[in-house]
Write a protein that binds this ligand. Structure first.
Ligand SMILES: [Zn+2]
Length: 328
């Protein structure tokens, strides 16, 4: 990976090792690195998705663990997929940010018409997304497993419509749930098509398990995945009980809504402090400058969600949220 946009210095410890997923290349779906376990019984088609971003190891660890359990669902179908495999296979612990993508962000390609645009360059990610899309069209419930640049408490990204909050509450982990309107730069896979349609029963969640290379992120990924599978009712009731030992139900969940996305407009974006995410700021607090434009906290309080270190025009710098109750 040579994308200079990914070549920023990593000053965080790399405590996770990538799992070898090459044995999963030939699946039973006709699409590489995509496997389906079919109970033969009625029920939803559930997809566990890993490595949409190639440097986010926890999803691959959780998916590998799931496939190693050799358990069948008792209802519906369980699929497990490794998404941006080309990026993941390039992972280098000495330069762990570089493997986020090969050519572009796989998780910004899912808006209407993007993958059908004849003028769009056929990047490694467009090619892989086109392979996966027909399969995704048959998925009822998606859990997309991610991690974050900065050490931060785990966040469930419940998407753009209320049904995401309902599913997040049913999963019950982690304690923090965020609803938002996505990124201006392009739509995420979790918001693809029916997943963002309030009238469709199809639903999706994106879990941000913690910092990319923290051991706890992999543990969180497994625990949330097990809970998600229980919420879908496709697995036996004792499935994964051991992995949940240290993750008993949190004492309630806290919900937040992103009401503003700060999209970078200039080459001179700077944060006022090195925010790591989830700071609660008083209204009016200076967050940073985008060239001459001062960015201040608009809400009382303003909660910072996932400030980025990739500060270049068009990217989301940070999302600004406020606490809500799920019925707001
Ligand atoms: Zn990610």
């Amino acid at each position: 990976m040579t994308d200079p946009l990914l070549d920023y210095e990593n000053d965080l410890p790399v405590d996770l090792d990538p799992v070898d997923i090459t044995a999963y290349k030939s699946g039973n779906t006709g699409i590489d690195y995509l496997h389906t376990l079919d109970s033969g019984q009625p029920g939803p088609h559930v997809l566990i998705s890993a490595v949409v971003h190639g440097n986010e190891l926890c999803g691959a660890i959780a998916a590998d663990w799931l496939l190693q359990q050799k358990v069948m669902p008792i209802a519906g179908r369980l699929s497990v997929g490794f998404m941006n495999v080309a990026a993941y296979l390039s992972y280098d612990p000495g330069h762990p940010n570089r493997s986020r993508w090969v050519d572009e962000d796989f998780n910004r390609l899912w808006g209407p018409g993007v993958l059908d645009d004849p003028d769009r360059k056929v990047t490694s990610e467009v090619q892989r997304a086109r392979e996966i899309r027909p399969f995704l069209d048959n998925v009822d419930l998606l859990l997309d497993i991610h991690s974050m640049q900065q050490p931060c408490l785990p966040l469930m990204m419940a998407g753009m419509v209320a049904k995401g909050l309902v599913l997040a509450a049913k999963v019950g982990l982690p304690a923090t749930v965020v609803t938002d309107k996505g990124h201006n730069e392009g739509m995420r896979m979790r918001d693809y098509n029916a997943f963002r349609d309030p009238d469709s029963p199809r639903n999706a969640l994106l879990i941000e398990c913690g910092q990319h290379w923290e051991v706890s992120s992999a543990e969180m990924a497994k625990a949330v995945m097990v809970r998600f599978l229980h919420a879908t009712a496709i697995m036996a009731s004792d499935f994964g009980a051991g992995t949940l030992k240290s993750y008993t139900s949190p004492q309630g969940q806290n919900f937040y809504r992103v009401d503003e996305v700060v999209t970078i407009e200039t080459n001179a974006f700077v944060f006022d402090q090195q925010w790591t995410g989830f700071e609660h700021l008083a209204k009016g607090t200076l967050i940073g400058h985008d060239g001459p434009r001062a960015i201040v906290a608009p809400f009382e309080p303003t909660v910072l969600i996932m400030p980025t270190r990739r500060l270049y025009p068009g990217k989301t710098a940070v999302r600004l949220a406020q606490p809500i109750t799920p019925n707001d």
